[in-house]
Design a protein around this ligand. Structure first.
Ligand code: SIN
Length: 311
C-alpha cells in the first residue's frame, strides 16, 4: 500500500531518516538498514572526519529540537566504504549525503563518488546552518547556480540537493528557476530553520553551547514551513525532479500532509532522535490507517492533490 517509486527503484514505504540523525556510525546505519524505514541516508560527509561543534550541541525541546552539530562526521571514505559494502548485499539504493566546507571540497567529493562503484543516490547538502563562518550555500542563489553548473559537467549519477527553508514567493520562484536548469533527481525540503534561539526559562540560559545558543530548529515548530516549501517546489519544478519532504513529521498525519503537498519520499529527524528507529513501524502503521479510512489504496492516488479554496 505504501510502495513508493523513486529514481529507478521501488521502496516498501516512503520513510527515511533525515541526514544527521542516527546515521553517524556504521552501527547506527546498520540499525536503520534493519528498521522498517523504506530507505536511509548517511550523515553528511566532509572529505576528512570532523569533530563538529562543542557540546551540548543538540537539545530536545517540547515542540521540537535545536541543534548546532557543526557537521561532525567520520569522513567521506568511512561512509563510502559502508555504502560500497552495503550495495553488495542489498538491492535497495542507499542515499549518500555530502556537505563540503567549500565549493572545491564539494566538487572533490563528488568526483570521488563519480569515479567509485557507488550506485546509489547522492545528496548534496547546501543548507547546513551550523558551521561558524559558513553561510548556508543555498541562500546564495548565484553560488548555487555556479556549483550545480560545475557539478553537472562531470557528475552523471543520480543527485539531489538538500535545501534550507525559503520564506518568500520570490525566492521560491528564483530558486526553482535555477534548479529547473539541471538534471536533478530530487530536491529535499527542508533542512532545519537556521539560527533560532531556545531559552530555558528556569535557568534563563540558552540550551546549546555553539554560537551562543543559536541553532537549527526542527520538529513540530517547522512543519508549516516544510509543507510550504514542499508545495512551492512541487508546483514549480519540472516533474522529473522529485521532492523529499522533511520537517515536522511526527505522525502518519504529518506524513499524509507532506504527501498531499507533493512529496515522494519523507525524512524524519527530530522525532527519530526522540524515539529511535522503531518510529518507522509506528509511522507506516499510522499512514496505512489514515489511507484505509479515506479509501486510498496507493499513495499515488493523493500525492500532490492538495485542494485550495476557490469560491
Ligand atoms: C549539523 O551537522 O550541523 C547538521 C547538519 C545540517 O543541518 O545540515
Amino acid at each position: 500500500m505504501l510502495t513508493t517509486s523513486f529514481f529507478d527503484h521501488t521502496f516498501e514505504n516512503p520513510f527515511m531518516n533525515a541526514s544527521g540523525v542516527h546515521c553517524m556510525t556504521h552501527e547506527e546505519l546498520d540499525e536503520l538498514a534493519a528498521s522498517k524505514a523504506g530507505a536511509f541516508i548517511t550523515k553528511s560527509a566532509t572529505l576528512e572526519s570532523r569533530a563538529g561543534n562543542p557540546e551540548p550541541r543538540y537539545f530536545d525541546v517540547p515542540l521540537g529540537s535545536i541543534n548546532s552539530m557543526g557537521l561532525p562526521n567520520k569522513g567521506l571514505d568511512y561512509y563510502l566504504d559502508y555504502a560500497l559494502s552495503y550495495q553488495e548485499k542489498q538491492t535497495r539504493p542507499l542515499f549518500f549525503s555530502v556537505a563540503g566546507m567549500s565549493v572545491e571540497e564539494n566538487l572533490e567529493m563528488l568526483w570521488v563518488i563519480q569515479k567509485s562503484n557507488f550506485n546509489g543516490i547522492t545528496e548534496l547538502n547546501l543548507s547546513c546552518p551550523n558551521v561558524p563562518g559558513k553561510p548556508q550555500v543555498a541562500y546564495d542563489f548565484p553560488l548555487t547556480k555556479t556549483i550545480l553548473t560545475e557539478v553537472f559537467q562531470f557528475f552523471t549519477k543520480p543527485l539531489g540537493v538538500k535545501l534550507p527553508p525559503y520564506f518568500d514567493m520570490a525566492h521560491f520562484d528564483e530558486m526553482a528557476e535555477i534548479l529547473n536548469q539541471f538534471p536533478l533527481t530530487y530536491v529535499n525540503s527542508i533542512n532545519s530553520i537556521g539560527n533560532g534561539l531556545y531559552i530555558d526559562p528556569m535557568t534563563e540560559s540558552v540550551v546549546i553551547k555553539p554560537k551562543d545558543g543559536f541553532g537549527g530548529i526542527g520538529g513540530e515548530y517547522v512543519k508549516p514551513t516544510a509543507l510550504a516549501n514542499v508545495r512551492a517546489f512541487y508546483t514549480r519544478l519540472n516533474p522529473s525532479i522529485k521532492i523529499i519532504g522533511t520537517g515536522g513529521i511526527r505522525s502518519g498525519q504529518d506524513a499524509f500532509e507532506h504527501l498531499l503537498c507533493g512529496a515522494t519520499m519523507l525524512q524524519v529527524g527530530t522525532e527519530l532522535h526522540k524515539e529511535g528507529p522503531a518510529i518507522f513501524e509506528r509511522l507506516t502503521a499510522e499512514l496505512t490507517a489514515i489511507m484505509d479510512e479515506k479509501g486510498y489504496t496507493s499513495i499515488d492516488e493523493f500525492r500532490g492533490k492538495l485542494k485550495t479554496i476557490n469560491v
